[in-house]
Design a binder for this molecule. Structure first.
Ligand code: SAH
Ligand code: SF4
Ligand code: F3S
Length: 471
C-alpha cells in the first residue's frame, strides 16, 4: 500500500493504486500519475471515476496500460521539468507499443494548451482541469487517430456529482474537494491561470460525500480547495447561503468519529467564525496551514497578498488565543523580485515569531504570464536565492525540532493510519495537530488502522514524534 500523503505539495508521480486493478479481461487499462498538489491528486480520483464509468480498468504498471495519463503541475519551473523528463520515459514505452495513448492532464495541459501537440509528437490528448467530463469523447477521437484537446475553463464545474474512485488510499483518510479555482491573483502564482475562476461546490453534496465516507469506515476527511476560506455557496433562489465556517460546522456534525481537516487557507480569509467553529468541535483538527510567503510588508505588497507582516502575526496570535494547542504551518518563497537582505531578514523574523511547526519552502520561480512576470524583473540572482532559501530551511528545521521536543512527555489521541514506513512492527498515525507519530504495535494486539488510540510521546526527530501506548 502506498503511504498516505497529506502534505499539500509533495506528490511526485507515484503510480496510483486503482480500485479496479484486478485485471479484467477485455477491459482497456489506464495508468495515471499525479504531480503537484492535493487538488491534482483529488482530480486524478475524478478522472479515474470517469474512466471506470466508460469501461476502463486501472493498472499500477505503465507497461501494461493502453492509456497513460500524467496529471501535471505548473507551479514552478522545476515541477514542469519533472513532467517533461517523465514524458521522455513514456516516449520509450510508446516506441515499443505505438498503440499506447498518452494524455497530459492538469495545470501544464492548461498552461501550454495545444502547444503540446506541436512540441510533443507522442502526446495524443491534452485535457485541462475543468474538462475531464469530456474524456470519453476525447478518447474516442484519439482512438480514431485524431489529436484531442479540451482546455476550456469553466465558471461552474465542480464535479459535484462524480463519486471519486479512491486511489492509493488506506481506507481511513480521504480528500473531499469543496471548491475549485482561485480569484486571488497573487502576482507570483500561475494557479488562477491554470485553474480559472473560483467556484464552490454545493454544500449538500460535500456533506453527503462526508457521510458516505463515514459509513464506509473512513475516519478523516480533508476539505480541499486553493483557498478554502473563501468557500461560499448560495442556492439557486439565493436564499440559503453557506460560508466556510458553516460548512465546517455541517461536516463536523456528520460523525464525531470523523475528523475534519482543510487545506489551504489564505491568511486574509481565515475568519473569527472559522476559528470559533474549530474551537467548538473537537473533531475539527487543531491545525492550520497558513502560507506566509514573505515576512516583509513591501514584498507582500509586490506579491499582491493583501496583508502586512503585522497583520499576519496578529492572525497567528489570535489563532493561538482561540486554540492554544493549534498546529500552524506555512509556505515561504525565497528571493521574490526586489527582495533585499532586509526583506529576507524580515521573513526570518516573522518565522521566528510565529514559530511554525512546519513549512514548505521554495525559491521564487518566475512563471510566464503572471503579474510578477509582467511587472517585475526576476532580479535576485540564483546564488542569493539559494542562500536565502538555505537560511530559511535551517531556521525552520530548528523550529520543527523544537516544536517536536516540546511535545515529548505529552499524551495525544492518534488516529492509526497504517504501518510505519520503516517498520511493520510499528504503527504510524497523526495527532490532531497533523504531526506524525510512530509507536510500537506490541502490547495492544487488538489495535488496527482507523482506531483512535492514546499515545505518550517519548522522543522525537525533526519530522516525527516517537511514542508508546498510554493506557
Ligand atoms: N492556494 C495556496 C497555494 C498553492 S501553491 C495558497 O494560497 O495557500 C503552493 C505554494 O507554492 C504557494 O503557497 C507558494 O509558496 C508556492 N509558489 C507558488 N508560486 C510560486 C512560484 N512562482 N515560485 C515559487 N513558489 C511558488
Ligand atoms: Fe496562488 Fe495566491 Fe491563489 Fe494561492 S491564493 S492559488 S498562491 S493566487
Ligand atoms: Fe496544484 Fe500545481 Fe496546479 S500546485 S493547482 S497542480 S499548478
Amino acid at each position: 500500500m502506498l503511504p498516505t500523503v497529506k502534505d499539500p505539495y509533495q506528490y511526485n508521480g507515484e503510480p496510483l493504486a486503482v480500485a479496479s486493478e484486478a485485471l479484467q479481461t477485455g477491459r482497456r487499462r489506464y495508468y495515471i500519475e499525479s504531480y503537484g498538489c492535493q487538488m491534482n491528486f483529488s482530480d486524478s480520483e475524478i478522472v479515474a471515476s470517469i474512466l471506470e464509468e466508460s469501461g476502463y480498468g486501472g493498472t499500477r504498471d505503465a507497461s501494461l496500460a493502453d492509456l497513460v495519463f500524467i496529471n501535471t503541475c505548473s507551479i514552478r519551473e522545476k515541477a514542469e521539468q519533472t513532467v517533461r523528463n517523465r514524458l521522455t520515459e513514456f516516449r520509450r514505452l510508446k516506441k515499443e507499443r505505438p498503440s499506447l495513448m498518452v494524455g497530459v492532464l492538469g495545470c501544464m495541459a492548461e498552461r501550454l494548451k495545444a502547444k503540446w501537440l506541436e512540441e510533443e509528437q507522442l502526446v495524443d490528448l491534452v485535457v485541462g482541469p475543468d474538462a475531464y467530463r469530456s474524456l470519453p469523447t476525447l478518447l474516442a477521437a484519439a482512438e480514431d487517430g485524431r489529436k484531442a484537446v479540451n482546455v476550456l475553463l469553466s465558471r461552474e464545474e465542480t464535479y459535484a456529482d462524480i463519486a471519486p474512485v479512491r486511489l492509493g488510499g488506506n481506507g481511513i483518510t480521504a480528500f473531499v474537494s469543496i471548491m475549485r479555482g482561485c480569484n486571488n491573483m497573487c502576482s507570483f502564482c500561475v494557479v488562477p491561470f491554470t485553474r480559472g475562476r473560483e467556484r464552490s461546490r454545493p454544500a449538500a453534496s460535500i456533506v453527503e460525500e462526508c457521510r458516505t465516507l463515514a459509513r464506509q469506515g473512513y475516519r478523516e476527511v480533508t476539505l480541499l480547495g486553493q483557498n478554502v476560506d473563501s468557500y461560499y455557496w448560495q442556492d439557486a433562489q439565493g436564499g440559503l447561503t453557506v460560508d466556510f465556517a458553516a460548512l465546517l460546522e455541517q461536516c463536523a456534525q456528520v460523525d464525531p468519529l470523523l475528523r475534519i481537516r482543510f487545506s489551504t487557507s489564505h491568511p486574509k480569509d481565515i475568519t473569527e467564525e472559522v476559528l470559533q467553529t474549530m474551537a467548538r468541535h473537537p473533531n475539527i483538527c487543531r491545525y492550520i496551514h497558513l502560507p506566509l510567503q514573505s515576512g516583509s510588508t513591501r514584498i507582500l505588497q509586490g506579491m499582491n497578498r493583501s496583508y502586512t507582516r503585522e497583520w499576519y502575526m496578529a492572525k497567528v496570535r489570535r489563532i493561538r488565543e482561540v486554540m492554544p494547542d493549534c498546529g500552524i504551518s506555512s509556505d515561504i518563497i525565497a528571493g521574490f523580485c526586489m527582495e533585499t537582505e532586509e526583506d529576507h531578514a524580515d521573513t526570518l523574523d516573522v518565522m521566528t515569531q510565529s514559530h511554525f511547526d512546519f513549512s514548505y519552502m521554495f525559491m521564487y520561480s518566475e512563471r510566464p504570464g503572471t503579474l510578477a512576470a509582467k511587472r517585475y524583473a526576476d532580479d535576485v540572482v540564483p546564488e542569493v536565492k539559494q542562500r536565502r532559501l538555505e537560511e530559511i530551511v535551517a531556521l525552520q528545521n530548528r523550529m520543527s525540532l523544537a516544536s517536536n521536543q516540546a511535545d515529548v512527555g505529552r499524551r495525544f489521541t492518534v488516529l492509526i493510519e497504517g504501518d510505519s514506513k520503516r517498520s511493520q512492527a510499528h504503527w504510524m498515525g497523526r495527532n490532531s495537530q497533523n504531526k506524525v507519530l510512530v509507536f510500537p504495535k506490541a502490547g495492544k494486539t487488538e489495535a488496527a488502522p482507523g482506531d483512535y488510540v492514546e499515545v505518550w510521546v517519548t522522543g522525537c526527530t525533526q519530522a516525527t514524534l516517537l511514542g508508546e501506548w498510554a493506557g
